[in-house]
Design a protein around this ligand. Sequence first.
Ligand SMILES: [Zn+2]
Ligand SMILES: [Zn+2]
Length: 171
Amino acid sequence: MSFENDNFIINIDDIETECKKEVYIEDSIEIPKSYSPYNKVPFVLKGELEKAKEGFRFSGSLKAQPRLLCDLCLSEFSKTIEFPVFGIFDREEHDSEDACYVFEDSQIDLELMIRTEILLNFPMKNVCRPDCKGLCPKCGKNLNEGDCGCQKGEMNPEFEKLLSMFNDKQD
Ligand SMILES: [Zn+2]
Ligand SMILES: [Zn+2]
């Protein structure tokens, strides 16, 4: 999964001259399939990198839009998540309040921080809309698209298995 994307790389020479550098990256990043079957997440990272006591400090915010499957009706939808991001970049790891990422030579690669932050803030309960009606437990029809006419209260064992698999996933 470690393809190199030049977009994610900041040259530290650019920071040295002004002591800080504005960062704006609009791109997408791969995440493990266990988080979303659509494993590319579009995002926008905004903020600045500045010289810190040790290394460089990033502060800013990240907005990402993962594609997800609704836990109830299994349909596909996008959700926007947005959160602040802080990180320290140094040539060797040290203790800090913010997550510390190690870099080599004169290039800071923001990829690991971006992916880590997206996964830490990844939505775990995913419902396509507040009033999602889910699937009919008997015939599997998406009840948001209309009633199926089945009698309530009887469950097809195949769908019961599928639903319990999805409920396990949420914990
Ligand atoms: Zn739904
Ligand atoms: Zn039905």
